[in-house]
Unconditional design. Structure first.
Lengths: 151, 434
């Protein structure tokens, strides 16, 4: 078990299975097909992201360095929140980027979705966490990574 | 919901009143969104939006984003039209652009079913006019051109990077929806590219090429290297000059779009050329700035690294898009002249790959009043106001061999990138090959 202290962008707590994107997470490319064609598991559609391509994102603890891509990114994340298709939480190793922050905040203010967001968890967080591990987010931005799967 | 004690940003009494609901619950949520946005980046205050007009990246009535239209209905119902008029990104559909019957069905019956309804919403929210759909709103023909120092609430990465870098305006890389909320409130949080400190360069890029580097390729290389940071580019003025004339601005439009889409650049400085670089020179460079040297080999390496995601990499091109971001008048005329010469050289009358040039409605109008309109028609080139990216954002296009000289289009779709010279050769050769 390892713990990492981050900064709370959107408060909340959760425990979920990690889904790890080592490179930048392209929000539009990841969500557009799933949202457009009503994929219930919300599988990642970004063929340029080998870490998570075709993997279900719904309800996962999405661990990433930052988001990249189109400035529609925040709108896409808001849409996912409004449709109940958001990840369980978003955990950034780097300081959050403006597009991800927009989406997370729009989701928090304008929808009923619960999606805690923590940033600045550091490089070691992303080196430690692996897809399938159990991640717990505490109220104060403390993130605990455990090896056992949440299932 | 955010806790009150987390808020670091100090509001004026008027802004605080809005947050407390003085103009209704919906306006309070708009301000709360902006406050949280600023708080995430350590903003200490809001600053007024000073540009005459805004610009929104959401121009499409896409069925999949129904919640966005519902949110906009809330804004309209609360009487919260934008305090400033705004332009929008290009429309996603144009009947003049070649498409199959199946693609038409996907576009009209599955994807863009809300287009008409959304454009009605935009009218209520304050779009400038029916023709103000373009990613190049800052061109003289369109007229949404901010002044140096203006604070903007814009989204559309290519427009933001251009406004910041070439016009000297101040705008963060905002997301869709947030930009509209800034226009409604009339203020935005002061952080990042809105501040003097955030506009300092953390990279020095030294261009050491033996010929003028292709704008879209150079921008791609820099974007992928510096990501969201600010580059100060030296050695480029040798190739594009020290004056912001139309040709140079066209170059910087394409260069910036590539830096923004292949990375996440929101501002660049070009030594001896862009407004802040001309005034402040190398004082804009932070002391610990990293250095990236770009020569011919580096550009070749970057280009060779682009994945080719066509099912058949040897497929004959079926469609060519030129103009992402939308073309300028100068660019259309230049392309047209070069195509004319090449077709004559090769004994051809028309291009051998269906080719679409994209430009703003205002630029198209200017071209239509010139001899170039009939030339383009003669050579078989379609001039359209469409957004090629929106056109290609569907599963059917993955099976289509589309070529482009836009690095933005390459990044977001299955379109294959070629340099402008290569595109010219392909579309004017008998076999439609290099």
């Amino acid at each position: 078990m390892k713990q990492f202290q981050g900064r709370v962008i959107v408060p909340g707590t959760c425990t979920a299975e990690a889904l790890v994107s080592r490179g930048g997470f392209n929000t539009l490319a990841s969500y557009q097909m799933a949202l457009m064609f009503g994929d219930k598991q919300v599988k990642c559609g970004d063929q340029n992201n080998a870490d998570i391509y075709k993997k279900p994102m719904l309800g996962k603890a999405l661990c990433l360095p930052m988001t990249i891509g189109s400035t529609t990114g925040g709108m896409v994340l808001y849409t996912a929140c409004a449709m109940g298709k958001q990840p369980a939480c978003m955990l950034f190793s780097m300081p959050i980027d403006s597009l991800a922050a927009s989406g997370a905040i729009l989701g928090d203010v304008w929808t009923d979705a619960v999606m805690p967001v923590v940033d600045s968890l550091g490089d070691e967080f992303l080196q430690t966490v692996q897809t399938g591990m159990t991640v717990t987010v505490g109220e104060n931005g403390l993130v605990t990574v455990e090896e056992a799967s949440a299932e | 919901m955010i806790k009150k004690d987390v808020i670091l940003l100090i509001l004026t009494p008027e802004q605080q009143a809005l947050l407390d609901g003085a103009k209704g619950e919906t306006m309070a949520k708009v301000v709360k969104t902006l406050v949280m946005y600023g708080d995430a980046f350590g903003a200490e205050r809001m600053v007024p939006v000073t540009s005459q007009c805004g610009h929104t990246v959401i121009s499409f009535g896409l069925k999949a984003i129904q919640p966005v239209y519902e949110l906009y209905d809330q804004l309209i119902d609360a009487g919260l039209t934008a305090g400033q008029k705004f332009s929008a990104d290009p429309r996603p559909l144009d009947p003049n652009v070649p498409s199959s019957l199946l693609e038409d069905i996907v576009f009209k019956k599955i994807m863009y079913t809300h287009q008409e309804q959304y454009e009605e919403q935009l009218k209520k929210l304050g779009i400038l006019g029916d023709d103000d759909y373009t990613c190049t709103c800052y061109l003289d023909q369109v007229g949404n051109k901010p002044k140096e120092g203006d604070v903007l609430s814009w989204a559309e990465s290519s427009a933001v990077v251009y406004a910041n870098s070439v016009l000297g305006a101040r705008c963060n890389r905002n997301s869709g929806i947030i930009e509209l909320m800034g226009s409604i409130a009339g203020f935005v949080p002061e952080f990042g590219l809105v501040t003097d400190e955030g506009r300092k360069a953390t990279w020095v890029v030294e261009v050491k090429c033996s010929k003028k580097p292709e704008a879209q390729l150079l921008g791609s290389a820099i974007g992928m290297k510096v990501m969201e940071e600010v580059p100060y580019v030296k050695g480029l003025d040798k190739w594009i000059g020290t004056e912001l004339d139309e040709a140079t601005c066209s170059y910087l439009k394409d260069f910036g779009a590539a830096t923004a889409s292949n990375g996440a650049v929101g501002l660049f400085h070009i030594d001896h050329l862009t407004p802040e670089a001309k005034k402040q020179g190398t004082k804009l460079i932070q002391k610990d700035a990293k250095v990236y040297v770009i020569d011919d080999e580096e550009l070749a390496r970057v280009k060779a690294g682009y994945p080719i995601i066509w099912k058949n990499p040897d497929a004959k091109p079926q469609l060519c898009f030129v103009g992402c971001p939308h073309l300028t008048v100068t660019q259309i005329k230049s392309w047209c002249d070069q195509i004319e010469n090449k077709l004559r050289e090769n004994g051809l009358n028309q291009v051998t790959v269906p080719t679409v040039f994209t430009a703003s409605p205002a630029v198209i109008r200017e071209i239509e009043q010139s001899v170039y309109a009939s030339k383009l028609k003669t050579y078989g080139i379609v001039l359209s106001y469409i957004c090629p990216l929106m056109y290609m954002n569907n599963p059917l296009c993955k099976k289509k061999a589309v070529i482009t000289c836009s690095n933005k289009l390459r990044t977001y779709t299955s379109a294959r990138f070629y340099t402008e010279e290569e595109i010219l050769t392909i579309i004017t050769s008998k076999g439609a090959r290099l």
